[in-house]
Every structure is written in structure tokens, then in C-alpha cells.
Design a protein around this ligand. Structure first.
Ligand code: PMP
Ligand code: G9A
Length: 425
């Protein structure tokens, strides 16, 4: 049917910047089908504490309907915010006396609010290379310049960061923040070393910059001896705005995230949030609060960590067994993902995706995670959702396809990886 109303003529210019998330688009093709999804970063549903949540939900609705089903403050249910502060302290995240918490509708909303609050056209923001694609999509709406700082196995390259800041200052650019996912980074699984975190803070302090610390995955570190000190905890000046989420530690369907930072910032975020959704669901906030109080969250984290460790190992094992010899991937100490760097720039993982889907396996093409337009020879593989058997079969199918692509073509073997070449192509 053809459109009678010319909607396209009426759209605001900014609507051109509404990019479909590849994770969301892939969901449509993998949901319910025979395709093994190594794409979206979904929790394993076995981890959801459904009996506990059912009991809590029933109690909350039966006993507290007048509060739980009512509108609530934009910043979040007051008691819940207090509970969150306790939870943060228990996890070693410093809550300063001039800090406050705002509850958001997932941390995706926090990313959107932060961008809308700080950034306007032609401002500069600094991100990691690569970084979470939905953060890039949210930031892009404010039309900033983006400077992407490569990672190596210890996290953001702070040497490159400082030289880039100097260059941007010289160009007269206004840098609004540095966005980082320091622990079990999405998409690479890399964790920033303590030394790097200190260097990052020193640089931020020297140039008076704000750090946005996005931390959905520090609950899921599988190896011993990994430092997960939050940058927020090392920060003596209140320049770190920290965010996290219940999506992985309880259930993403609740849509609850939070921001912890200087109260000046949370106040502005609160006003920005009012225009977006008035407040996050009162009902799910109270359910999450009870889950925190009754130890359900801690129990879920413990269970999830064990399940995901097995799956991480299954993924690494399958990659070792099947993946083409010249490919490279950093070993993730935690989180939900492995990023594979293919040894030929001739393979474009976005173009290859339809063929992979035909073979019954899905992944997220890496390019969407690269703010500089590179990364087309990379792919992100998720291991939290599929079973160990599906991981094995999925990687086998994928590796077979990659092998087919490598033979017969004029393969340019590049430095074995992006990271090993000092983070530069
Ligand atoms: N940041 C990062 C780094 C993520 O991986 C995700 C997705 N898990 C989010 C933010 C958004 O998560 P949510 O909106 O479900 O809280
Ligand atoms: O895949 C991810 O990184 C997290 C999930 C995002 C989504 O469901 O859009």
C-alpha cells in the first residue's frame, strides 16, 4: 500500500540519525528460528530468578499497590535509591557525600541522557575503539565529533589518549567527556589494568575532563586476580559519572539502570529524564529493591557467574578447535563477548552475515562498534545466551564459512591483530 501522507517530508532532520541497532535488527531474524545466535548480548534465561521474582511481584502488587502502581519521582523511588547506594558501597564503588543516584530505564537511557545533557553539535567526545554500538548510536544524535582511542590488552591506550587530547585542544575543540567500559568491555571483553585506570584519571584531571564509566559487566569476571576497582573509586575529584544496570544481574526486561555521580549532574539528568518518560516503572523499581534486600541479586550474580564461566570456556575452546589459524581474539576475563579479528581485510563480516545466517549462525559484524569506520574484518560473538553445545556448533559453522572465504582469494595477511599492531591498522 502506498503512503497517502508524505511523512518523509515532515520528518525532523535529526530523524536521519536514528540508526537501527544491528543487535536489535538481528534479533528479528534469530528469534524463534533455527539460527544459533552468537549475536545479541542476552542473559541466559536460566539465570533469571523467576520464582523469587514471581513471589516478590505478587507481594508487591497485593500489599503495596497504592505505591507500586502509582507514579513516582523522576530520580527514582527514594528508598530504592538508598538501597542502590548501599549496594554500590558493598561492591566497592565510592559514593561521595556530594554524589547522588538517578534511576534510569536501563543504562541505555543513561547513555542517551548523558549525551543529551552534555553534548551538542560540534562538541567532541572521546570513546574507545571499538566501543558499545548502542552508545555510539545514542551519542551520534547530538552530532559530536568523535575521537576513538584504541585499546590494547590493558584497556584504553592512555598514551594515545593524551596526544589526541593535545591535538583536539590545539584545534580548539571542546571535549565533553571520555566514555569507557573498563571491565569486560563490550565488544572486546578487555579489562583495563589498574595502572591504566590511574593514568586515565591523571589525564582527565590534568585536562579537566569528565569520565563516563559504564559498568554492566564487573559482576561477571571469571578469572582470579583481575583488578576490577571502579575508576569512580580511584577518583578523588568527583569527575567520574558511573553507570550500571540490573539487566545482567537480575533481568533486562525490568529495564532498570542507574547513574551515580555528582549531584549537580544527576539533577540535570533528572530534568532531561522528565521529558523522556517522567520516571522508570515504579513497579519494577520496587521489585528490584526487594530483590536486593532479600539477597536475590547476590544469588543471581553467583549463579550467573558460574554458568557464564562454563560458556566462556566453551567459546574459547571452540574457537581454538575450529577458527582459522590466522584469526586472533583477546581472551575475555569476563563479560559476555569475544571479538574475533579475521586475518584478511578482504572479508567484510557485514557482507558475510547473510551467508552465515543461511548456514544457521548469527554474529554481530564488528564495524558498528568502530567509531572510525574500520573494523569490517571483525565480528562479535556472544557466549552468555547459547548453550555450550550451540556455541560449539555455531563456531564450527562460522569457522567453516570463514575458511571458505579465505581459500581461493588473494588473502592479505595483516599484522595478526589490531591490538598487536599497537592498536593501529
Ligand atoms: N552499556 C553497555 C556496555 C552494554 O553492554 C549494555 C547492554 N548490556 C548497555 C549499556 C545497556 O544495557 P541496559 O539498557 O539493558 O541496561
Ligand atoms: O548485545 C548487546 O550488546 C546488548 C543487547 C542490546 C540489545 O538488546 O539491543
Amino acid at each position: 500500500m502506498s503512503l497517502t501522507v508524505k511523512f518523509e517530508k515532515l520528518l525532523a532532520g535529526r530523524s536521519e540519525l536514528f540508526r537501527a541497532s544491528e543487535v536489535r535488527e538481528l534479533l528479528k531474524v534469530t528469534e524463534g528460528g533455527d539460527v544459533i545466535s552468537l549475536a545479541g548480548g542476552y542473559p541466559d534465561p536460566r539465570v533469571f530468578p523467576k520464582d523469587d521474582l514471581a513471589e516478590i511481584a505478587k507481594e508487591v502488587i497485593s500489599d503495596e499497590a497504592s505505591r507500586a502502581l502509582q507514579y513516582s519521582p523522576t530520580a527514582g523511588v527514594t528508598e530504592f535509591r538508598e538501597e542502590l547506594k548501599k549496594f554500590m558501597r558493598r561492591r566497592g564503588v565510592t559514593v561521595r557525600s556530594d554524589d547522588d543516584i538517578i534511576v534510569t530505564t536501563g543504562s541505555q537511557q543513561a547513555l542517551d541522557l548523558v549525551a543529551r545533557t552534555f553534548v551538542e553539535k560540534d562538541d567532541e567526545i572521546i570513546v574507545e575503539l571499538p566501543t558499545y554500538l548502542a552508545a555510539l548510536n545514542a551519542f551520534r544524535l547530538s552530532k559530536p565529533g568523535m575521537t576513538a582511542i584504541p585499546l590494547d590488552e590493558s584497556g584504553m591506550r592512555t598514551d594515545i589518549l593524551e596526544s589526541e587530547i593535545k591535538r583536539l585542544k590545539w584545534l580548539g575543540r571542546e571535549i565533553k567527556f571520555i566514555y569507557t567500559i573498563p571491565v569486560a568491555h563490550n565488544p572486546t571483553g578487555i579489562t583495563m589494568s589498574l595502572e591504566r585506570k590511574k593514568e586515565l584519571l591523571e589525564i582527565a584531571s590534568k585536562y579537566d575532563l569528565v569520565i563516563i564509566e559504564d559498568d554492566p559487566y564487573s559482576y561477571f569476571v571469571y578469572d582470579d586476580g583481575v583488578d576490577i576497582t571502579p575508576i569512580k573509586t580511584l577518583d578523588k575529584e568527583g569527575r567520574v559519572v558511573y553507570m550500571s544496570t540490573f539487566s545482567k544481574i537480575l533481568a533486562p526486561g525490568l529495564r532498570i539502570g542507574w547513574v551515580l555521580g555528582n549531584e549537580y549532574v544527576t539533577n540535570v539528568l533528572e530534568r532531561a529524564k522528565q521529558t523522556a518518560d517522567l520516571h522508570t516503572s515504579t513497579l519494577t523499581q520496587i521489585i528490584a529493591m526487594e530483590a536486593l534486600r532479600r539477597g536475590v541479586v547476590d544469588k543471581t550474580i553467583d549463579k550467573a557467574r558460574q554458568i557464564y564461566r562454563v560458556k566462556r570456556d566453551a567459546m574459547l575452546e571452540a574457537l581454538k578447535k575450529y577458527m582459522v589459524e590466522e584469526a586472533w581474539w583477546p581472551n575475555p576475563v569476563g563479560g559476555f563477548f569475544v571479538m574475533v579479528f579475521l586475518p584478511s581485510y578482504d572479508i567484510d563480516t557485514k557482507k558475510m552475515l547473510p551467508e552465515a545466517l543461511k548456514k544457521g549462525v548469527a554474529y554481530v559484524p564488528g564495524a558498528s562498534f568502530f567509531a572510525n569506520g574500520m573494523g569490517w574484518n571483525t565480528m562479535r560473538l556472544n557466549f552468555s545466551y547459547p548453550s555450550p553445545e550451540q556455541i560449539d556448533e555455531g563456531v564450527k559453522r562460522l569457522a567453516g564459512l570463514i575458511q571458505e572465504k579465505l581459500t581461493g582469494e588473494k588473502v592479505r595477511i595483516t599484522p595478526i591483530s589490531f591490538f598487536k599492531s599497537g592498536g593501529m591498522f
